[in-house]
Design a protein around this ligand. Structure first.
Ligand SMILES: NC(=O)c1ccc[n+]([C@@H]2O[C@H](COP(=O)([O-])OP(=O)(O)OC[C@H]3O[C@@H](n4cnc5c(N)ncnc54)[C@H](O)[C@@H]3O)[C@@H](O)[C@H]2O)c1
Length: 456
């Protein structure tokens, strides 16, 4: 098939490249000329494991091309994919202006009947609005299909080729059939397509992300309760997750969820509810609990270090999760701001996201630094906070960490805050530091440095 993808970000670039790999001719369009120039020069503007090889291979095979404008013969495409951003507007509701603007463009250029496939995450009713634009402005028959994207950054390429499910919301049988055909190679090991109407398909995406975010927020609230009561969130998670109705995944307490999807989609869902007079109370509570988690973490650091004024805190992991350079809504951004507000300086390290983090924090000048080598972040810092569980942080040299960190003002050893509960407290303490996890009983070297005492 001849395909055009609008919006070459995390979703568009993976989708376009994946479809080219399946043998289709794909033109990728983005309004950002710099992004297109980079791609034409073989530079992949995002970090996503496995993507660069795939892009290069398909560019070489001339199945994958990039441009800022659609030109012939792409105006005779079989399908136009819309994968532009839908960021939150000022009130938190999804801003779909980029989607409608692409719809206008498709209506102008399409020279033969085709599908307009909405991959962007959009509020219920958006596909109908896009259909109305196409019906009014296009010179040929164009049908809208909702096909929300479920890929996860960090494993996006794998997710494209082995999706858990492919949701299609279409009105006509022929549109359903065309997309079934397109995705058939991804289903050799069994049926993964859920076919429905556009509105149910649009809502499925918000419901999925909110359900996952809800599990995270619930565990974070339980972790706070564990801290207050002396219970251990690891044990609670194991006990709860062993129930097959609940399952073990997505039950990890941590620094709060981030990224370009969960925060905005949870908010968009409760705005959608409000707009229709249906309060989405669980979504609202999920969002609030998540907002509070950065403050909770900053309080943990403050309690352990004492006043943060003039102190330095090292952050390991700035991306919102491992294997991505995406820092949108990352817990590291929120914690850094909370620490800066309390008078601390911040030094960060991340294998891929440091440059994006530095750019986002540029207004804080020299109070925020990033370093190229992980241990260099620790020199002169009073605490280390682990925020993203990159593999390279999983088994650090705690002796080296101890050597580089400073003691607290009241002569307590430095504190390591394990925001992902991945380190063993005894390993940290054996190296002469205090350990604090999220919702796990914390033990620390007491001031006399010989006995173990609770970190309060
Ligand atoms: N990132 C994810 O993990 C993920 C997963 C599933 C769904 N989604 C959804 O997919 C959509 C895209 O997300 P993303 O993370 O890829 O966004 P992104 O911000 O990485 O990329 C969006 C791209 O669209 C381009 N763009 C904006 N307006 C345009 C226009 N009029 N014409 C052409 N290009 C235009 C931008 O320049 C940018 O390169 C969003 O709705 C998001 O919620 C994202």
């Amino acid at each position: 098939m001849r395909l055009v993808v609008f919006g070459i970000g995390y979703v568009g670039l993976v989708t376009g490249t994946g479809l080219a790999e399946l043998g289709h001719d794909v033109l990728c369009i983005d309004i950002d000329p710099q992004r297109i120039r980079q791609l034409e020069d073989g530079i992949i503007p995002i970090y996503e494991p496995g993507l660069d090889d795939l892009v290069r291979r398909n560019v070489r095979a001339k199945r994958l091309t990039f441009a800022t404008q659609v030109a012939s013969p792409a105006d005779e495409a079989d399908a136009y994919f819309i994968a532009v951003g839908t960021p939150p507007g000022p009130d938190g509701a999804a801003d779909i202006s980029a989607v409608t603007s692409v719809a206008e463009r498709i209506a102008e250029i399409a020279k033969q009947p085709a599908l307009a496939v909405v991959k962007s995450t959009v509020p219920v009713g958006t596909c109908d609005a896009v259909q109305a634009i196409l019906d009014k402005k296009a010179h040929v028959g164009l049908e809208v299909v909702s096909n929300p994207e479920f890929l996860k950054e960090g494993t996006a390429v794998q997710d494209f080729f082995r999706p858990d499910r492919i949701v299609l919301g279409a009105r006509s049988e022929s549109a359903k059939e065309t997309l079934r055909l397109l995705y058939a190679p991804l289903q050799l090991s069994g049926e993964r397509v859920v076919v429905t109407d556009p509105r149910s398909s649009e809502l499925t995406k918000y419901a999925s992300n909110t359900m996952l975010a809800m599990r995270v927020s619930f565990m974070n609230e339980l972790a706070r309760l564990c801290d207050a009561t002396g219970a251990d969130v690891h044990a609670v998670r194991q006990g709860v997750g062993s129930d097959t109705r609940i399952g073990k995944r997505f039950l990890y307490a941590g620094p709060g969820y981030g990224g370009s999807c969960f925060p905005k989609d949870v908010q968009a869902l409760f705005h959608l509810g409000r707009a229709h007079g249906v309060p989405m109370r669980l979504a609202e509570a999920t969002h609030l609990a998540n907002e509070e988690q950065a403050t909770f973490l900053a309080q943990i650091v403050e309690k352990a270090v004492g006043t943060l004024k003039g102190k330095t805190v090292a952050l390991w992991g700035l991306a919102f999760k491992p294997e991505t350079d995406d820092i949108r809504e990352s817990p590291a951004l929120k914690l850094a701001v909370a620490l800066l507000e309390r008078g601390a300086n911040v030094v960060g390290h991340d294998p891929e996201a440091a440059a994006n983090f530095a750019k986002a924090m540029v207004q804080y000048g020299t109070r925020v630094k990033v370093v190229d080598r992980d241990y260099d972040a620790l020199d002169g810092a009073h605490a280390l906070v682990l925020l993203t569980e990159w593999r390279s942080y999983r088994a650090p040299n705690f002796g080296e960490i101890r050597k580089r960190l400073c003691d607290s003002a009241d002569d307590l050893p430095p504190v390591v805050v394990d925001g992902r509960n991945v380190w063993r407290p005894q390993d940290v303490m054996r190296a002469g530091m205090r350990y604090k996890g999220i919702g796990v009983p914390s033990v620390a070297l007491a001031p006399d440095r010989t006995s173990l005492g609770a970190l309060r």
